[in-house]
Design a protein around this ligand. Structure first.
Ligand code: FAD
Length: 397
């Protein structure tokens, strides 16, 4: 079953949050949805299956995404971005979800985890050298934190950066790095000091530095997103590529965790909406034993149950986004939201494939792809168990 080549623009939720945010008046959410939808329809849908097979996105997709405002949304104007609050980013994400491909998000927006720590801590010169090109889609950017020896325990990472005159020399390995094969810039977390979080620093490394080895990893989902194992063997990095100062790496990463997790929760919600729409369309269309599936009580109740769960995620997402737009940093709530949204997607995607029957199991169908992509959302950006633990600590338990 071939996937849809045409997708409908998503309707924005009919809830008061979309009228009463700090974006209100300044940002036209419908215009964002229309613009991203046009990009999905024109520049993504006809080619997506091909990218899934090739295991990467084409270079020219990045400037196209930049032109519709996707890459720069939420970034300062002086670097070529468009300042925006959480609801504008949610609207854009929801529209991008219509492609039904988490891999598209992961690689196209890999700068959203790699660039913010640099902008938060880096000096003017470093930011100016990197940010305008990345936000215009001329250069790609990846974040390299996870190591083969572990990803959850960031404070214990082993890759070393040793100062040698006006350079740092990097040795170690990084695993599962999104856009790691193709990124021109890598934000690399490495140990410059003592054991623990205080000894971690961030360095911006060019993707073609001598001594940097890259191996492409094959995976269950996110197939159009390239994922790499990186090996640093005496890689020399100019000392002025250190972000902020030595020992500030953990702080830089922490700074962006809430943003990343809110983004992943939004993707999970958006993908659940896509599954639900496909489940309803199929249930209306498909006849078994002489009647449409949607007329069967067991299917009707299943759809109502899915709708209820998805709306619970949306309400929580809106509430947390609203708090963030007020300047709040609700760490526990973001952790719980991500866990709720990703667990809900796992259930919704599974039930959607079930309602679609055999057609839901065939490559090229949105629900089939989303079903394979649910697990990575519960692992990346903080695995569910680790986030539950963090939420418990934040709640003083
Ligand atoms: C497709 C993909 C793309 C990725 N992209 C990137 C990227 O761009 N950059 C990057 O740096 N990383 C990336 N990652 C890595 C991802 O962030 C890590 O996989 C994640 O942080 C978990 O680390 P780990 O895989 O080493 O698992 P571990 O840390 O080894 O954990 C294994 C399991 O044990 C559980 N666990 C761990 N500690 C505890 C505990 N104390 N109590 C209870 N349970 C625990 C975890 O929840 C998990 O379920 C990516 C991963 C994937 C699969």
């Amino acid at each position: 079953m071939a996937g849809p080549v045409r997708v409908a623009p998503p309707a924005l939720p009919r809830s008061p949050f979309w009228q009463a945010t700090s974006d209100n008046g300044a940002v036209d959410f419908s215009a964002i949805v229309a613009s991203v939808h046009g990009f999905v329809q024109r520049d993504v849908m006809p080619y997506l299956e091909d990218w899934e097979q090739r295991g990467e996105l084409p270079d020219d997709l990045y400037p196209k995404a930049a032109r519709v405002g996707l890459l720069g949304l939420g970034y300062p104007e002086r670097w070529g971005g468009t300042p925006a609050g959480a609801f504008a980013r949610i609207a854009a994400t929801r529209a991008l979800c219509e492609a039904g491909s988490g891999g598209l998000f992961a690689s196209l927006l890999s700068h959203s985890i790699a660039l913010p720590p640099v902008l938060a801590l880096g000096d003017e010169q470093l930011c100016g050298r990197i940010a305008p090109d990345v936000l215009a889609g001329r250069r790609r950017m990846a974040l390299a934190v996870t190591e083969p020896g572990g990803g959850s325990d960031v404070a214990n990472l082993q890759t070393r950066a040793v100062r040698d005159a006006d350079h740092y020399v990097l040795d170690g390995d990084k695993a599962f790095i999104t856009t790691g094969m193709n990124a021109e810039w890598l934000t690399v977390a490495a140990r410059t000091g003592e054991p623990g979080a205080g000894g971690v620093s961030l360095l911006v490394v060019e993707g073609d530095r001598p001594g940097l080895g890259k191996t492409r990893l094959d995976k269950m989902g996110w197939r159009c997103s390239d994922t790499a194992l990186l090996h640093f063997d005496g890689v020399r990095v100019p000392a002025d590529h250190l972000v902020g100062g030595e020992g500030l790496g953990f702080l830089g990463l922490m700074h962006n965790f809430n943003h990343e997790r809110l983004g992943l929760a939004t993707v999970a919600w958006g993908m659940a909406e896509v599954c639900f729409a496909d489940a309803v369309a199929w249930a209306r269309d498909r006849h078994t034993f002489g009647k449409p599936l949607v007329s069967r009580q067991v299917i009707r109740h299943k759809l109502v149950d899915l709708r209820t769960r998805i709306d619970a995620v949306r309400c929580t997402l809106e509430q947390v986004a609203w708090r963030i737009d007020q300047g709040d940093e609700p760490v526990a709530e973001v952790c719980m939201l991500k866990n709720l949204a990703t667990a809900t997607l796992e259930h919704v995607a599974g039930e959607t494939v079930q309602i679609l029957g055999g057609a839901g199991y065939i490559r090229g169908c949105r629900a089939e792809r989303i079903f394979r992509e649910t697990k990575v959302l519960s692992i990346g950006g903080g695995a569910s168990e680790v986030l539950a633990d963090l939420a418990a600590r934040q709640m003083g338990l």
